[in-house]
Design a protein around this ligand. Structure first.
Ligand code: SF4
Length: 412
């Protein structure tokens, strides 16, 4: 098989990995030879570096052959897809060619497991090593690693990569047993723990002046949402452990979407994208706003309300804490007000040192007034208690119902 065909297959097979977000410009696809501007067909996607820059990456699998049989994966051994593999030299050449033509700024490399975890990881490491040591490649490298591979190989991968990740895929061992029987949660977390130790060591060396050290600066993981009956509480509880214990940079939530050649144990319908979105919002609240998982999802509410954002849902469940006086509330209290972000809270704290804060000050900060009004007291506004206690308060935040049309445009 020629290189272009291999690239088409192995770039397409890599697109299911969300831990390096694809540009996903389907509507402007030019793969049929018409127009210009398709990024997907040749495996180019966009991702964010640790310093927040958006960069283009060549996103490929080394091979889509795999000895595992994860039900949700198009590359599982029982799937009837065309198989191929790059040689290490081909993957290196492609990366360098794309890089020299300025198509990409780095490489995202993942792989199915061939022969054994170690055999596969050796090739992954060889590609990264060749790029770094023989070609002095200074672009970004994100390597997907295999938890069952030997610690030495994972350690080497971390030395050549900027970002390293192991996909957890599902939040509990029960879910893994059902959908990815060869995968083991404890083993994956052990591997994450070892990576964390190495990341910590590298961090300390850098802090102590070792400017030349090349080592990954973070690890990330991906979970698939909606492929089984795991609840949002299961996902967030697992993320909490991952952030707290393994210094995870990001947990990526990928809404399950049906794949070609699906396994019978999978749902036939895609998970709603809004669920993925709400999980990202809840994850953000945990990482940046000091929310605990149990506050976002108490035991009696194992799933996020898809209609409203999780901070608003929390405030509606905890109305006894509101309204808050913007003039006297602490920063920790203010960041929990729906509609107030971290930056605006800091601005308000500065403003209130000099003056009594009014609604117009909030409007000037582009705060959504309909959202904050029921929860906040300002110099010129005191929300009525009955409004805050009303069962219908939530209606204010829901999209207005739209009358369905009897005829769609095509019938006119
Ligand atoms: S190990 Fe990875 S590539 Fe193989 S079937 Fe599972 S998810 Fe797919």
């Amino acid at each position: 098989m020629d290189l272009a065909n291999k690239l088409a297959i192995l770039a397409d097979a890599a697109k299911y990995d969300a831990s390096c977000a694809s540009s996903g410009a389907n509507k402007r696809d030019s793969r049929d030879g018409k127009g210009v501007g398709s990024a997907g067909g040749s495996g180019i996607c966009h991702s964010y570096t640790p310093d927040g820059r958006c960069i283009s990456l060549l996103k490929i699998l080394l091979t889509n052959r795999c000895i595992y049989d994860c039900h949700y994966c198009i590359n599982r051994r029982s799937s009837n897809v065309r198989r191929t593999a790059f040689t290490a030299e081909e993957a290196v050449t492609l990366t360098l060619d794309f890089y020299k033509r300025n198509y990409i700024e780095g490489l995202f490399l993942s792989s199915g497991i061939v022969r054994s975890a170690d055999h596969t990881m050796e090739q992954v490491v060889q590609i990264a090593r060749t790029l770094r040591e023989q070609h002095d490649f200074r672009g970004y490298i994100h390597l997907k690693t295999i938890p069952e591979a030997s610690p030495e190989l994972i350690e080497q991968a971390a030395r050549y990569a900027d970002r390293i990740s192991i996909n957890l895929e599902l939040p509990t061992q029960t879910s893994l047993d059902r959908l990815a029987p060869e995968k083991n949660l404890a083993r994956t977390q052990q591997a994450m723990g070892r990576i964390k130790l190495k990341l910590d060591e590298a961090h300390d060396r850098r802090k102590n002046g070792d400017r030349k050290l090349r080592h990954a600066t973070g690890q990330s993981t991906q979970v698939i949402v909606g492929a089984d009956d795991s609840t949002d509480a299961d996902f967030l509880a697992r993320s909490d452990v991952l952030y707290g214990t393994y210094r995870m940079r990001r947990v990526y939530y990928s809404a399950f979407s049906p794949i070609p050649e699906p396994s019978v144990v999978l749902p036939v319908k895609a998970a709603p994208l809004v669920r993925e979105h709400r999980l990202y919002q809840a994850d953000w609240l945990m990482r940046n706003y000091g929310f605990r998982t149990s506050e976002i999802l108490p035991p009696e509410t194992p799933n996020l309300d898809l209609r409203i954002d999780p901070k608003l849902a929390w405030a509606l469940r905890n109305r006894q804490d509101f309204p808050l006086d913007v003039q006297t509330a602490t920063r920790e209290q203010l960041v929990r007000v729906p509609g107030l972000g971290l930056r605006n809270v800091d601005r308000l704290i500065t403003i209130r040192r000099h003056t009594r804060v009014r609604l117009e000050d909030l409007a000037r900060l582009r705060v959504s007034l309909p959202k904050v009004r029921p929860f906040l007291i300002t110099a010129d506004h005191h929300p009525a208690r009955y409004l805050l206690d009303s069962d219908r308060l939530i209606d204010r935040f829901l999209p207005k119902p739209v009358q369905l049309d009897l005829f769609d445009d095509a019938d006119r």
